[in-house]
Ligand binder design. Structure first.
Ligand SMILES: [Zn+2]
Length: 320
């Protein structure tokens, strides 16, 4: 049996918990949920100048998929309505009703663990005032986020980090779409177990599976798909933070949920620089193409002029 409130540890969140045991078919908060929100989450949200809160809702299998999709979102909404009373500056960049897509158990499973919402509180450093002028972007890369995992560095943080790097090339990273893949438990097992060995001009088994799961719907020919997977395994048993190998003309990167803050910018760099650019990796730890990205020492990693010229000429880097 699930506890009503289960703390979530090991993330970058200031505080996080899974609120379980919502009544069947119902989105009303339990007294224990309200207690936790008011006594544990509220003081942290009040103290942050610009807090952001991610809310991810679930439903058990019992009932229809469409009903459960809406139910999981309604459960998110119940939490959002309470949290927004704590601080007028709070934002909710990710509010995501996953329905029963990730739930385990049989068709009639009604476990309290899945009648649940996960809440994560993060703090933003307030923007310096006056805000610096926006770079005069003249090119852009359109990114479609497809998630099968809850990343340690949330998508919007990763995108904001990557944008800092691409600002210096006047390239805008455009958030074109972001959806849950709706991968089933079996699919996710296959993903985690698949051979994600990263090769150029080729898609790994993992990426082919991700593409097959519908990840390329609505993606233009010059757009880039960013997949988030639980983990990326190599043939030798090692793990990667990201992989930019993809079939020619179907640009995609896979970023592991355990990726560093710079993984997205780095893998995107591989796509834009293309398979023939050398050196593939920089030996300079202030360069975004340094590997591993966890070893990058600059507050904002840079590109060399040669890298900038090449990436701006990529077919995936289109004029604005
Ligand atoms: Zn690399």
């Amino acid at each position: 049996m699930a506890f009503d409130v289960q703390p979530i540890n090991g993330t970058l969140a200031r505080v996080a918990a899974r609120l379980c045991n919502f009544h069947t078919g119902n989105a009303e908060l339990l007294p224990a949920h309200i207690d936790w929100l008011d006594s544990t989450l509220a003081p942290i949200v009040r103290d942050l100048p610009t807090p952001w809160v991610d809310i991810i809702g679930y439903a058990s299998h019992l009932g229809g998929a469409a009903f459960n999709q809406k139910l999981s979102f309604d459960r998110c909404e119940a939490i959002r309505r309470r949290v927004e009373t704590y601080n007028p500056n709070v934002s909710f960049p990710i509010e995501w009703g996953k329905g029963e897509t990730e739930s385990t158990g049989g068709a009639n499973d009604n476990s309290g663990y899945w009648r649940a919402v996960e809440v994560f509180v993060y703090g933003f450093v307030p923007a310096p005032k006056p805000a610096p002028p926006k770079p005069a972007y003249d090119r852009k890369v359109r990114l479609h986020f497809r998630s099968t995992a809850l990343p340690v560095v949330p998508e919007f943080t990763a995108l904001a980090n990557a944008q800092l790097v691409y600002d210096s090339c006047l390239v805008l990273l455009e958030f074109a779409s972001g959806v849950s893949m709706g991968a089933t438990g079996d699919d996710l097992l296959m993903l985690d177990a698949s051979d994600g060995t990263c090769r150029w001009n080729d898609a790994s088994d993992q990426q082919q599976l991700l593409d097959k799961l519908g990840g390329r719907q609505g993606v233009g020919p010059n757009d880039v798909v960013v997949y988030y997977a639980n983990q990326i395994k190599e043939k030798n048993g090692g793990q990667l933070n990201g992989c930019a190998g993809h079939r020619p003309n179907l640009a995609a990167v896979v970023v592991s949920a355990s990726g560093s803050p710079w993984t997205l910018g780095h893998e995107l760099g591989h796509v834009l620089l293309g398979p023939n650019f050398t050196p593939v990796h920089s030996t300079d730890p202030i360069n975004i193409m340094f590997a591993p990205t966890t070893g990058i020492t600059a507050p904002i990693p840079a590109f060399t002029p040669e890298q900038v010229n090449r990436l701006r000429a990529s077919q995936f880097c289109v004029p604005i």
